[in-house]
Design a binder for this molecule. Structure first.
Ligand code: ASP
Ligand code: MG
Length: 406
């Protein structure tokens, strides 16, 4: 007997028919003798609608009331799934975040889970009952409902799996696993049987939208085995596990990309101590996340150019902030470009092998793709390129690292 947490995303519970199908998936695990707890998202599109309602009243709203409204989608699905389970003879009971409770901090709209009280859930699991838990929500110290940030029900599921010491956390979604690259772009992409937490975290942060990045972080920290699988198909998905569990580690496990990038260049800034701090200080204060940074050598020893990237959605704000600081920073010109994309090669294997970056640069050069910025970590190399070349770059890299299916 195993203990399993199953999580079903918005498309998996999009209508009554889908909810009935989900109930059958839960029943199957129960019939196999497992203890099962379920976490659900809101029905597809519902949370967006709720956010729109709130913004319709006032775009600059009280975050506590935002949470009161947007958390309700998950209440509906928890109740409906509990009913659907009872309907097919499975003992089930719905649980809202506050009823458990799932305690969070008070950062409304993006709260973090602090603790989950499991005594009552344990008692009911032991009796064969299936708890159906509303994802995405929790309870702050002052007893107000909180939400965890968009996409946060993955994190609810992993946190519950950790608290219950579950053997596995199965995340059912509309893709059937984690691929070596986006299969909509790279036809030869393969589904991975296993991937390490670290690689998955890079993939999630670098644009592959399969799992909420924070859920992967938490799974890694707490050692929760996560499986990503399809709620439509009946086949194993991708297991996210510890490095030690992967016997034959590939050099590169996947290629990720993000089009939501923008490049900013400050031309002719003073080349003297403190300038970078002056530029990036105000951006940090305004909560603008700066990603890649390149500073060119100074031709005359007096001025230099600094190029950096931000999320596309932050570009307007960034330009505005820097223009306001113009007298202070004394740059000659500000150039921005939203038509860029970031392409990344990811693999824990590159920790112990040289030449991964070189192969990437060569492959891009062979296709005539110019690299505008580079950043690296121990297990990834990212380059910034013109957005129009994204597909070409992905396919070329996928093949150069031997990831293509036959
Ligand atoms: N329903 C929430 C959202 O749409 C949480 C989730 O689906 O993970 O963001
Ligand atoms: Mg999701």
């Amino acid at each position: 007997m195993a203990r399993i947490v199953q999580k079903f995303g918005g498309t998996s519970v999009a209508d009554i028919g889908r909810i009935k199908a989900v109930a059958l998936k839960v029943k199957r695990e129960v019939d196999a003798g497992h203890q099962v707890a379920v976490v659900v998202s809101a029905m597809a599109g519902v949370t967006n609608q709720l956010v729109e309602y709130v913004n319709g009243v006032n775009p600059i709203h009280d975050a506590r009331e935002y949470d009161t409204v947007v958390s309700t989608g998950e209440q509906v699905t928890a109740g409906l799934l509990a009913l659907a389970l009872q309907e097919i003879g499975v003992q089930a009971r719905s649980w809202l975040g506050w009823q458990i409770p799932i305690r969070t901090d008070d950062a409304h709209g993006k709260a973090r889970i602090i603790d989950i009280e499991t005594d009552e859930l344990e008692r009911r699991l032991a009796l064969g009952e299936v708890p159906v838990v509303s994802g995405f929500q929790g309870l702050a110290k002052d007893n107000r409902v909180t939400t965890l940030g968009r996409g946060g029900s993955d994190t609810s599921a992993v946190a519950l799996a950790a608290a219950l010491g579950a053997d596995r956390c199965d995340i059912y979604t509309d893709v059937d696993g984690v691929y070596t690259a986006d299969p909509r772009i790279v036809a030869k992409a393969r589904k991975l049987a296993k991937i390490t937490y670290e690689e998955m975290l890079e993939m999630a942060s670098l644009g592959a939208k399969v799992l909420h990045a924070r859920s992967v972080e938490l799974a890694m920290k707490r050692g929760v085995r996560v499986q990503v699988l399809s709620s439509y198909k009946d086949e194993p998905g991708t297991l996210v596990v510890d490095e030690g569990e992967i016997v034959e580690q590939e050099l590169v496990s996947g290629i990720a990309y993000s089009r939501d990038e923008a490049k900013v260049t400050l031309v002719g800034v003073m080349d003297k101590p403190g300038v970078a701090a002056h530029i990036f200080g105000p951006l940090a204060a305004a909560n603008v996340n700066v990603d890649m940074i390149v500073q060119s050598v100074s031709p005359d020893g007096k001025t230099t150019d600094i190029t950096f990237t931000v999320a596309g959605s932050d570009l307007a704000r960034t330009v505005d902030l820097l223009e306001k600081q113009r007298d202070n920073l004394r740059y000659r010109k500000l150039v921005s470009d939203a038509g860029v994309a970031k392409v990344s090669v990811i693999g824990v294997g590159m920790r112990s092998h040289a030449g991964v970056a070189q192969r990437m640069f060569q492959a891009l050069a062979d296709k005539g793709i110019n690299i505008q910025a580079i950043s690296t970590s121990e297990i990834k190399v990212s380059v910034l390129i013109a957005e129009d070349y994204t597909e070409l770059a992905l396919r070329a890299l996928h093949s150069v690292y031997g990831l293509d299916s036959d």
